[in-house]
Write a protein that binds this ligand. Structure first.
Ligand SMILES: [Zn+2]
Ligand SMILES: [Zn+2]
Length: 229
């Protein structure tokens, strides 16, 4: 046992068991998404591609997610955001079933050309307080399987409210509208991007980020999220 483990013992985020943040038993509480869906109509769609009739010119072309956003994952993601970022994240990466990441290969094999990972940015003051952007950490993890260069073309102009706090779709839309600004049109034009985020709730964050990239000339915009609510 390391000294660090003696000084700061780990307790399982699911059951309180001493020794790990995600104990062997609680790994079973992680719920993997078997089926993918279309972001716009929420109906199932092979490999998460947006149905041709649901496609928007300035929208998301496809989305993949790994987990269902259940209570256990909610606790894990909260602790990744606020306290134990790297330690918990490392454990989560170790326990993710490799077969659940197989579907990522699909993005790799598309004939659309090279992709860039664009993590959803945080509002600058939030980033300063937290010290890191969890979406960027997640993108670095996915990068092991897809090896897409990471970019940071988007900036967050609006300190948006948490989408989960807003009840109506209209309020959520208004909250996100104009939230992102794309820098350097020249670097974006004609390129393909995969937006990365931790949790998908309504999809308005991703849609708004896609709009900013596409209005700056991006060709295809896909999304990859850790969990879907
Ligand atoms: Zn446990
Ligand atoms: Zn659809």
């Amino acid at each position: 046992m390391f000294l660090k483990d003696l000084l700061f013992p780990k307790f399982c985020l699911g059951c309180g068991f001493l020794g790990a943040y995600i104990c062997h038993n609680c790994q079973k509480k992680l719920s993997y998404r078997e089926k993918d869906f279309c972001l716009y109509c929420k109906r199932s769609s092979l490999n998460g591609f947006t149905h041709p009739i649901c496609k928007r010119r300035d929208g998301i072309d496809g989305i993949l997610s790994i987990f269902h956003y259940n209570n256990f994952l909610k606790t894990i993601i909260k602790s990744i955001k606020y306290r134990l970022a790297t330690d918990v994240w490392k454990e989560l990466c170790l326990v993710i079933k490799p077969e659940s990441l197989e579907k990522l290969k699909l993005f790799k094999n598309l004939s659309w050309g090279k992709f860039y990972f664009e993590p959803i940015p945080l509002y600058p003051s939030k980033l300063r307080i937290r010290g890191f952007n969890q979406a960027k950490i997640i993108a670095q993890f996915f990068n092991q399987f897809l090896s897409c260069p990471l970019t940071a073309h988007l900036t967050r102009k609006k300190d948006t409210l948490s989408q989960a706090q807003l009840k109506s779709n209209q309020d959520r839309y208004r909250n996100m509208r104009g939230a992102f600004q794309a820098e350097s049109r020249d670097a974006i034009k004609g390129k393909n991007f995969i937006l990365v985020d931790d949790v998908l709730t309504t999809g308005s964050t991703l849609k708004e980020a896609a709009r900013a990239l596409k209005s700056a000339g991006a060709k295809n915009v896909l999304a990859l999220v850790l969990a879907q609510g």
